[in-house]
Design a protein around this ligand. Structure first.
Ligand code: F0G
Length: 460
């Protein structure tokens, strides 16, 4: 790899069309936040200046992707757009069956409807919230088995997303008959956006083989994961990113995927797998809920955008800029004394709200308090990943999450360095007055996935 002698992170694109942003005053933001029940998902996005809520579907498409939108073929069955999509997917993930879906959770819904059910248990390094919810909805249990380092915000393990292979084996010894498959999420989003090494994937694969269990990847951020393998795992520095991705795929029997992440599309996803019988079952479910298997809940033009995005997201100039610019934000916050999860993930920087706000106990939601403060201070929208998201148990009780984090997710190719510099300034200011922040209580919540819609009231 040739390293540039320059410090400035040069965005490997220039801007072709722009979306104006609206400035708001602090008084307006205080009022909008209260009207939204202190839940940032309930804000109008026009009232947000820098939107770091998610990196999902929020990336900027390239000129070639927009050209693909024009090429989209909307035939109900057998559209050429589907074949271009399938070709782009199988170039990287050569599974026998590829079922397009409208997004990642639709692939999860189909897969777990087919193989979940009461009494089953599905291990993962850390389940994303929709994965967990789709598993639990079938009556099955979702178990997180990250390595111990993955639960420690300050541990600098280079592959903190790794799955705890010993714990996996223990689970298979005790409940092997109940495990329909093993999942690994690359990168481990809910665990801090941390990568999984190929050595770990190989070890997981070996255990799966011994117990006769299929291994599925939740591969939303596979390209970023591959870049971390290239730059951190011994022996991969000279291997091309697409080859690393193919090696990851070769260890798995299938995948669920959201095209709204690394594939640089605004919508879409897929389920891919080798097992013919399971694929047949899933295709029947797909027709019920998504559509005919050559469009699966998407327009032909969306399939084109994904196909093109898949070729762009594995390019090294792009990945170098992507990972470097996320680290730029993390490094500046760390230098300013803001507690952050290290090493920095690919798609986001995670703030350790529990460490920054020790005066707020987990059940008063330090992450939510911090996210609200960032909005009021600078119109920045971030996402709590902590006790609001994970605290409610299937039996209705409430437990502190492993960590109380706030995720600053970076949309792909969307913001420039000045947006990020502004974000650093806002965060530094909020952190300087962290002692003044107070917690919240939940005043209304649905039984599942409460973080999207719950209403809060400030305490104190
Ligand atoms: N798996 C992971 C690891 C994810 O991060 C997501 C979505 C999904 C599955 C579901 O995909 O949104 O297309 O249905 N994550 C988004 C986020 C929403 O903000 O992290 P989807």
């Amino acid at each position: 790899m040739t390293e540039s002698p320059y410090r400035t992170i040069i965005e490997p694109f220039r801007i072709h069309s722009v979306e104006p942003l609206r400035m708001t005053t602090r008084v307006e933001r205080v009022e909008r936040l209260s009207a939204a029940g202190y839940n940032l998902f309930r804000l109008y996005s026009d009232d947000v200046l820098v939107d770091l809520l998610t990196d999902s579907g929020t990336g900027a498409m390239s000129a070639e992707q927009w050209a693909g939108i024009q090429r989209g073929n909307e035939s109900y069955a057998g559209a050429p757009s589907f074949y271009r999509f399938r070709h782009a997917v199988t170039e990287l993930f050569p599974f026998r069956h590829v079922l397009p879906t409208h997004q990642g959770r639709a692939a999860e819904k189909i897969l777990f409807s087919a193989i979940g059910g009461a009494g089953k248990v599905v291990p993962n390094n850390t389940h994303f919230d929709t994965t967990r919810a789709n598993i639990e909805f079938t009556g099955a249990e979702a178990v997180d088995l990250p390595i111990p380092e993955g639960r420690d915000a300050r541990d600098r393990h280079p592959f903190k997303g790794n799955l705890d292979v010993t714990a996996l084996e223990q689970l298979l010894v005790h409940r092997g008959d109940d495990v329909p498959l093993v999942m690994v999420t690359v990168t481990n989003n809910a665990g801090g956006g941390q990568p999984v090494s190929l050595a770990n994937l190989r070890a997981v694969r070996e255990v799966c083989e011994r117990y006769g269990k299929p291994l599925f990847l939740d591969a939303c951020r596979f390209a970023e994961n591959a870049w971390f393998i290239k730059t951190r795992e011994p022996g991969y520095a000279d291997i091309a990113v697409p080859d690393i991705v193919r090696e990851m795929a070769s260890l798995a029997d299938g995948m669920t995927m959201s095209a709204k992440k690394d594939p640089l599309a605004n919508i879409g996803g897929w389920l891919a797998l080798d097992d013919d019988g399971l694929a047949e079952q899933c295709r029947t479910l797909e027709i019920l809920t998504e559509g005919f298997p050559t469009y699966g809940g998407l327009a032909g033009r969306d399939l084109e955008a994904i196909a093109q995005g898949l070729t762009e997201c594995v390019q090294e100039d792009y990945l170098r800029y992507r990972i470097r610019s996320t680290a730029y934000l993390g490094e500046a916050l760390e230098a300013a004394g803001v507690p952050v999860v290290v090493p920095f993930g690919g798609s986001a920087v995670f703030l350790d709200a529990r460490a920054l706000l020790p005066q707020i106990p987990p059940l008063e939601y330090p992450g939510q308090a911090l996210a609200c403060a960032l909005y009021v201070e600078g119109g920045i929208r971030a996402c709590e990943i902590g006790t609001v998201m994970f605290g409610r148990q299937p039996d209705g009780s409430e437990q502190p999450a492993v960590m109380d984090l706030v995720r600053l997710a970076i949309p792909r190719r969307t913001y420039t360095q000045s947006h990020i510099d502004f974000t650093i300034e806002v965060l530094t200011r909020v952190a300087a007055r962290a002692g003044e922040l107070r917690g919240l209580q939940i005043i209304e919540e649905p039984p599942r996935l409460r973080h999207f819609t719950a209403g809060f009231a400030p305490l104190g």
